[in-house]
Design a protein around this ligand. Structure first.
Ligand SMILES: C=CC1=C(C)c2cc3[nH]c(cc4nc(cc5[nH]c(cc1n2)c(C)c5CCC(=O)O)C(CCC(=O)O)=C4C)c(C)c3C=C
Ligand SMILES: [Fe+2]
Ligand SMILES: [Fe+2]
Length: 388
């Protein structure tokens, strides 16, 4: 008789500085991260953006010790979850599947296909669902399931998002209280929720429930906290030129400083482990911005990591999911198939959405052609003498 398996999904992060370039290439090769009209553009553009970003990103990783702690912390969470499930009478094998770095999701699946697993629970380590995070991992799993006949008989269930789980909300409230209690007037401190952003089009055009889940989660944490503090929600880590969810964290911090807020607790709401966006972006970059804006006491709530209340919440989630009817990958990835990233496929004349979409596509084609020409030294611009 086999046992229960729990597959923890996460993004992954470079272990050392040399990994940063290939990690970024993997990330930008994912169509759920950069959405392009043509598949063949994905890899050249991923290479181009990763190469341009590598140095800056390496500088950031240098500031947190030369690599991401995500793998170590996820392993610790897995061990703590295993011990908690054991204590609750549910023995389980824990697997860790990262999307863009080792140990890759493919490695975890290969391992669990060999083990005698009776039932698998797929648990993303993202409390809120986004097309760009849990959605991307679910799509990859769906593909692996279709490709590997050995996986067909394996029974599984998916937990799409779990931001309402009472234990998780309790752990978040405790982590915030820990910081509030450091202030002489805990009730006066401003609580600042900083969520990882996504491009606005994900929500508006592709129907990503991420913003709604983040907003609801913020309210639920405030209710669980049950304190009179004022609070703000903003979005961090914008990448690229398009508009992301607003307000941006840097703008909201400046605004609070101008309004005279002196005591602030930042709460990283979309992350359950410390990593570059908490240790570098919040603790170093946003702290500097806040202090320049006049905020005197800048504190940050720790990510849940292996907080016992949080680990118990994960164990409860696993046990509850085994008791409920199974949720299949096709059910959790289906939502996206109902919406279109490019709203109008028919050609229309004038300043229409369709025209904008086609202008974007043509501009992108021109851009790719230019990059290929610069790399290879051959092409139309060389032929007519505009490039040497
Ligand atoms: C809920 C969490 C996350 C969302 C949503 C998300 C969307 C998203 N991210 C990028 C681009 C980058 N993300 C990077 C690192 C990174 N992102 C998350 C989480 C979410 N991303 C984590 C946990 C990590 C870090 C891992 C680590 O190394 O510790 C990076 C690399 C770092 C950097 O260069 O800044 C990029 C780039 C996009 C474009 C996006 C939505 C479309
Ligand atoms: Fe990210
Ligand atoms: Fe970042």
């Amino acid at each position: 008789m086999g046992r229960v398996g729990v597959l923890l999904l996460n993004l992954g992060g470079p272990d050392k500085l040399e990994d940063v370039g290939p990690f970024l290439y993997n990330l930008f090769s994912d169509p759920e991260i950069i959405r392009l009209p043509f598949r063949w553009m994905q890899k050249p553009l991923a290479w181009f953006i990763a190469t341009r970003r590598e140095k800056t990103s390496q500088e950031n990783y240098k500031q947190i010790g030369g690599g991401s702690p995500l793998r170590r912390i996820t392993e610790e969470q897995g061990e703590a979850l295993k011990a908690q499930l054991d204590a609750m009478g549910k023995a389980a094998n824990i697997y860790m599947g990262m999307r863009y770095w080792h140990p890759y999701t493919e490695e975890a699946i290969a391992q669990l296909a060999q083990d005698n697993i009776e039932k698998l629970v797929i648990l993303p380590l993202y409390p809120q669902f986004s097309i760009s995070t849990s959605g991307s991992s679910f799509r990859l799993l769906e593909k692996l399931w279709q490709e590997n006949p050995k996986l067909q008989p394996l029974e599984y269930t998916v937990i799409p998002s779990w931001y309402k789980q009472p234990g998780y909300l309790q752990a978040m409230a405790e982590l915030i209280i820990e910081q509030l209690n450091q202030f002489p007037n805990p009730d006066q401190a401003h609580i600042f929720f900083s969520a990882h952003g996504v491009p606005k089009s994900y929500v508006i055009e592709a129907g990503d429930p991420y913003q709604q889940e983040i907003e609801e989660c913020t309210q639920l944490i405030m209710q669980t906290l049950n304190r009179p503090n004022a609070h703000t929600l903003a979005y961090q880590s914008r990448v690229g030129p398009v508009e992301w969810l607003q307000p941006y964290t840097e703008d909201a911090l400046k605004e609070l400083g101008e309004k005279g807020v002196k005591d602030l607790v930042v709460v990283p709401i979309s992350f359950v482990s410390e990593h570059i966006e908490t240790l570098q972006e919040i603790d170093i970059e946003y702290r500097e911005i806040a202090e320049e804006a006049g905020i005197e006491n800048f504190r940050r709530a720790a990510a849940p990591n292996t907080h016992p209340v949080f680990i118990k919440a994960l164990a409860d989630l696993v046990i509850e999911s085994l008791e409920k009817p199974d949720l299949k990958l096709s059910q959790v990835t289906q939502m996206k198939k109902k919406v279109k990233m490019y709203p109008q496929e028919r050609w229309e004349w004038g300043m229409t959405t369709s025209a904008e979409v086609w202008n974007g596509r043509i501009a992108m084609l021109g851009f790719i052609a230019l990059i290929i020409e610069i790399i290879t030294g051959r092409g139309l611009l060389h032929a007519i003498g505009l490039l040497q």
